[in-house]
Ligand binder design. Structure first.
Ligand code: FAD
Length: 622
């Protein structure tokens, strides 16, 4: 760790050692740049500010993508995971989301170890206060609060909730980036000086509870999957013991206490101006906006294997501590509960992500990149994925190489960056599978096939991962060759008990496997050679076969859409004359004046039906 520098230089400086920062710093170093990770304290690197969990639907896809590009989060989650569950298991593989609860300490230790082990990466503790710019606003150096200076070719800012952070607990306000940590005050002014549009957002966290004061025996439990689904393609085994969570519900009494004290909530007392995450609302929000008929479910998640702290998932709040204690004690199982740390809401500055290019570079300041919560997103996974792309591009910028972008058809990361930079945010942005139009091909299982070749090309993937990938590609290729080479007539298939249409056509085992009711195990008695397909790729080849037919259709749709996307929309097209558009879409079209179909498509709230109306109108101009 470098500490006593007054003047120091690096190719890339990453400011902030949160989830975006560590991925940015590691990706930059992997791509060959001499990189400095400048953060307040190395001890908080890998800290989870809120829930002790990684992944979920959409978010789990992002973690697999980070891993496929050689990032940190997937391996750290596997090393810290204490309750692995594949969400949506009964739905199609495209929307299955890996998730694990994490032991905070194990997760953090894993991240810190990987950061320390990264060649070409130096850690500096300190507070970034300002940046200096050269000709054409090209970033030249980072200036620390204590006067130190780091000259550099590119900078990535990943300051999370710290920019002008202000914590609210009831009417108490504390300037902070997270509880107990000072806010970042200088950089907002730097960004405003560049002429960037800044906004104010908020998020919140629940109280942390003493697990020894919870009546676990009276609660329902949620257990882990029997077979953990790992995040990293490099993980061969999960060693941690797996634990259960408790489940409880809010009661009429909980709702009464919260309603009666709403005026004391920072959220409802008019103390907070920032907009909060719609999909991660506070308990006050849930009760006011969504009612209280059957109560709201609450998961009681232990924060570690040797830690009595419990995270009550679903109870984020900005009520005063006495009210928090009163409402918590009204939930079954929590009658005697003791609060270890009060819940709070935090407001912070963010930059309008429309100020960025799709490589996450600030358009007005070459060499300056932003990633994570600062761009209006929420969540560790969203932050990590952006960090990786920004770090890679900062390294490329510093070495004079062209920045790279990732397409919507390639990755959820591409979908997120495209959404952010084209439509901006009106509330904290989090990932969902419904945001991806090509989700049949953007699956958690095939993130390596989509991205590892790109990672190799960009210098992000090390030899160990390259070898794992090439072995898995060879095994998948061989499996497909065997399946396509094994054929059967319909009559023979029927004789052998395989369900096929009696249309007289000869089919391959690959085609038979594309029927989701058919498994490899059902085909092996007919073609014993299929038993040689490696265990590691069995499930993957079943999924690939099942999706093959849809993917072909999706590829055709993609090509058609690409053609249409390039169409320009004449400046004199009067959207008010188009029948069938909703007022909201009409208003947004008038305001944004998209120049192409692609731009119209990216307007938040745009629907396929509205797009069809625009396309019909454009035909009149042909
Ligand atoms: P962070 O993880 O916040 O990391 C920022 C890092 O930058 C820190 O290490 C900090 O020390 C460092 N830093 C800041 N300024 C400077 C500076 N000037 N110089 C040097 N270092 C600096 N996400 C959800 O998905 N769901 C939730 O319910 C949720 N609730 C949250 C509740 C709270 C109270 C908080 C604080 C966050 C919550 N989050 C939630 C968000 C989640 O924690 C973040 O999305 C994620 O951590 C963002 O990662 P990041 O890397 O952008 O920033």
């Amino acid at each position: 760790m470098t500490q006593n520098l007054s003047e120091f230089s690096a190719d890339v400086v990453v400011i902030g050692g949160g989830h975006a920062g560590v991925e940015a710093a590691a990706a930059s170093a992997r791509a060959g740049a001499r990189t400095v990770l400048l953060t307040h304290s190395f001890d908080t690197v890998g800290a989870m500010s809120c829930n002790p969990a990684i992944g979920g639907i959409g978010k789990g896809h992002l973690v697999r993508e980070i891993d496929a590009l050689g990032g940190i989060m997937g391996e750290a989650a596997d090393r810290g995971g204490i309750q692995f569950r594949l969400l949506n298991r009964r739905k199609g593989p495209a929307v299955r989301g890996p998730r694990t609860q994490a032991d905070r300490k194990l997760y953090k230790a894993a991240v810190q170890e990987m950061v320390r082990a990264q060649a070409g990466l130096e850690i500096v503790e300190g507070d970034a206060f300002d940046l200096s710019f050269g000709a054409g606003n090209r970033v030249e150096a980072v200036i620390l609060e204590d006067g130190r200076r780091i000259r550099c070719g590119a900078v990535v800012i990943t300051t999370g909730t710290f920019l002008n952070g202000l914590i609210h607990i009831g009417s108490v306000k504390i300037p902070a980036g997270r509880v107990g940590e000072k806010p970042s005050l200088g950089l907002s002014a730097t960004l405003a000086r560049l002429g960037l549009r800044l906004g104010r957002l908020k998020t919140g966290t629940p109280a942390r509870l003493d697990g020894r004061t919870i009546d676990w025996a009276s609660l329902d439990k949620q257990g882990p999957d029997d077979e953990p689904y790992a995040f990293s393609y490099l993980t061969t085994r999960i060693d941690n013991p797996q634990i259960d969570c408790g489940i409880t519900r809010t009661t009429d009494e909980t709702h009464r206490i919260i309603r009666e004290n709403l005026h004391r909530s920072a959220l409802y007392g008019g103390e907070i101006e920032g907009v909060g995450p719609r999909y991660c609302p506070s308990i006050e929000d849930k009760i006011v906006k969504f009612g209280d008929r059957d109560g709201h479910q609450v998961f009681l998640e232990p924060e570690g294997l040797d830690d009595d702290t419990v995270y009550p998932n679903g109870l984020s709040t900005s009520l005063p501590e006495d009210v928090q204690e009163a409402f918590l004690r009204s939930l079954p199982g929590l009658e005697q509960v003791r609060i270890l740390k009060a819940g709070y809401a935090i407001e912070y500055d963010h930059v309008d992500p429309r100020e960025l290019t799709r490589s996450l570079e600030v358009s007005k300041a070459p060499g300056l990149f932003l990633a994570g919560q600062i761009n209006g997103t929420t969540g560790y996974e969203e932050a990590g994925a952006q960090g990786l792309l920004a770090g890679l591009n900062a390294a490329r910028r510093a070495s004079g190489a062209e920045p790279v972008v990732i397409g919507r058809g390639d990755a959820y990361l591409g979908v997120m960056v495209d959404d952010l930079t084209r439509t901006g945010v009106t509330e904290p942005y989090r990932m969902f599978t419904s945001r991806a139009e090509f989700r049949l091909s953007l699956r958690a299982d095939n993130a390596d096939r989509r991205l590892t070749p790109l990672g190799l090309e960009w210098g992000l993937v090390d030899a160990r991962r390259a070898e794992v990938f090439s072995k898995s590609e060879a095994a998948l290729g061989e499996a497909r060759r065997l399946l396509e080479g094994a054929t059967i007539t319909t009559a023979e298939a029927a004789r052998k008990g395989l369900a096929v249409n009696q249309d007289g056509r000869t089919r391959s085992a690959w085609t038979l496997l594309s029927n989701t009711d058919t498994t490899l195990d059902m085909l092996i008695p007919v073609w014993p050679e299929l038993a040689s397909i490696q265990d590691t790729v069995r499930e993957r080849i079943e999924i690939e076969a099942a999706y093959d037919v849809y993917l072909e259709r999706q590829r055709r749709d993609q090509i058609r859409l690409k053609r249409e996307e390039e169409r320009s929309i004449p400046a004199d097209l009067d959207f008010d004359t188009l029948k069938g558009l909703s007022n909201e879409i009409r208003h947004k079209l008038r305001e944004r004046r998209p120049a192409t179909v692609a731009e119209a498509e990216r307007i938040d709230g745009m629907t396929p039906a509205a797009l069809a109306i625009i396309l019909v109108a454009l035909r009149k101009f042909d």
